[in-house]
Design a protein around this ligand. Structure first.
Ligand code: EPU
Length: 446
């Protein structure tokens, strides 16, 4: 990241600063014990911050995770004219967003291409301003196909949308109107985008085959507080009575279920015991019983979930990812790290994203026995992983490699830390407090 990029992120989110050190050294083999506070959910807070674009009222979010993606989105929103004020208190990091004026043409391409969630600017800015120019989120390699459900839904609501020179240009000269929309697949982002647009559209919108992920429930509840009328929250059919004038809201961001599941695996692989404070079992969906089958014992208590290795030890098991309440694709790479150390055979099938096995080569460098055929990884558990020099290729791969490094024998050096910082709030600090030995630096042998 360039110095000027870092400066503009810091200006939008003053709590954010570049972390010193390009590599993370992890000395494996320490049992993790103690209290690990689960932070606010990345994939909830990004959509919640976007909801502020729908109202001139003040939207205050508590329990905001201190992560790079939040700083990037803060910078993007600031560019659109949103005013953000930050504070630290008993609810952790809080932000109040005020979008009394939104400038639809000022969307920074460099920031948009860093983050898939920027696609939500399409529904929000279009609904608020009647027009939006959005550089293709995620750059050319994602292509139009990746947002076709978003575009088809908005078109059904009366939007005119063209792709011109890598920019999506959407207008709604007569405003958006309600529509009956069936998503071809329960896409998380398309459900969020259409929901955000529908609350300002005139009339009733029905979103069928909607994604039921807890982050979408969190968003719908916050919109409800702002004055939106939404029924069917948590089901696969949302009905939105649009056209209300929305006001502000005060909302607590839900706990991060991916951090919860990842750290539950870390407690089991290191043979320790963690109280994952603020965690709730139901957020894990199908992952809770599957982790149980793999030897991760989970017990819900008043202030969270206690995770440790089951008395019978780790065991190979089969996993297929799917939309919530199915096994979350974002837990697939941490689960692979766990199963790499679980005696017996496992098969992990990724149904959501075609290219989500890039962590496999890195786990192999640590001694994992994994072969990939199509969308399935076949794993033979090995007694121990060994520390190695590995590189994170996405945010969840980064967490999986930290997990592997914590349980491995010897030192693991992880590169690609931007990916870790995108999605995990103070991970090293929180792990360090539970006995992990890790530090960032610039010069490690490996
Ligand atoms: N899809 C299309 N067309 C569309 C939309 C989606 O073909 O218009 C396809 C995608 O290509 C993919 C599938 O549908 O194969 C599911 O994608 P979905 O839209 O549900 O995912 P997303 O909204 O892009 C969010 C999370 C992801 C998480 C997925 C699935 C955010 C910012 N991102 O992505 O999180 O994996 O839902 O749960 O909420 C992460 O945090 O590391 C991450 C990738």
């Amino acid at each position: 990241m360039s110095h000027s990029e870092a400066e503009s992120l810091h200006a939008a989110a003053p709590w954010w600063q570049p972390r010193p050190g390009r590599h993370l050294s992890i000395q494996g083999g320490q049992a993790l014990t103690g209290i690990y506070p689960v932070s606010g959910a990345k994939n909830a807070v990004l959509a919640l911050m976007m909801s502020s674009l729908l109202t001139p009222g003040l939207v205050t979010l508590h329990n905001v995770p201190c992560i790079l993606d939040v700083a990037v989105l803060a910078n993007l929103l600031q560019g659109l004219g949103v005013n953000l004020s930050w504070s630290h208190g008993s609810h952790g990091l809080s932000v109040t967003l005020c979008a009394d004026h939104v400038h639809p043409a000022r969307i920074d391409r460099a920031l948009v291409t860093r983050m898939r969630a920027s696609v939500l600017l399409l529904g929000t800015v279009l609904a608020r301003c009647g027009e939006v120019w959005l550089p293709m989120p995620g750059g050319d390699d994602i292509g139009l196909r990746g947002i076709d459900f978003h575009i088809a839904g908005l078109r059904a609501m009366g939007a005119r949308i063209d792709l011109d020179g890598g920019v999506v240009h959407a207008t709604a000269p007569e405003g958006l109107h309600g529509a009956d929309i069936r998503l071809p697949f329960p896409s998380v982002g398309a459900t969020q985008n259409l929901l955000l647009a529908a609350v300002l559209a005139q009339g009733t919108t029905v979103i069928r085959n909607a994604a039921r992920e807890p982050e979408n429930i969190d968003l719908a509840q916050c919109l409800g507080q702002m004055g939106a009328v939404i029924s069917g929250i948590g089901s696969d059919e949302l009905t939105i009575e649009g056209g209300r004038v929305l006001g502000g809201a005060v909302h607590q961001v839900m706990p991060d279920r991916i951090e919860l599941g990842t750290m539950a695996c870390a407690a089991a692989t290191t043979d320790g015991e963690l109280l994952l404070r603020h965690g709730r079992m139901e957020l894990l969906g199908a992952a809770a019983p599957l982790f149980g089958a793999a030897g991760v014992e989970l017990r819900e208590v008043a202030d969270g979930v206690i995770a440790r290795r089951a008395a019978g030890g780790l065991r190979g098991t089969d996993i297929v990812t799917g939309p919530y309440p199915g096994f979350a694709t974002d837990l697939q790479s941490p689960a692979m790290a766990l199963l790499a150390m679980a005696p017996g055979a496992s098969a992990v099938t990724e149904t959501m994203f075609e290219q989500r096995f890039r962590h496999v080569d890195e786990l192999r460098k640590m001694g994992a026995n994994i072969s990939v055929q199509g969308r399935t990884g076949f794993i033979r558990g090995v007694p121990h992983l060994a520390g190695a020099r590995v590189t994170a290729t996405d945010v969840r791969a980064a967490a999986a490699l930290v997990l592997a490094g914590l349980a491995a024998q010897g030192e693991t050096i992880l590169d690609g830390l931007d990916h870790l910082d995108r999605g995990y709030d103070r991970m090293e600090e929180k792990l360090g407090a539970c006995g992990a030995r890790l530090r960032r630096g610039d010069r490690f042998e490996g």
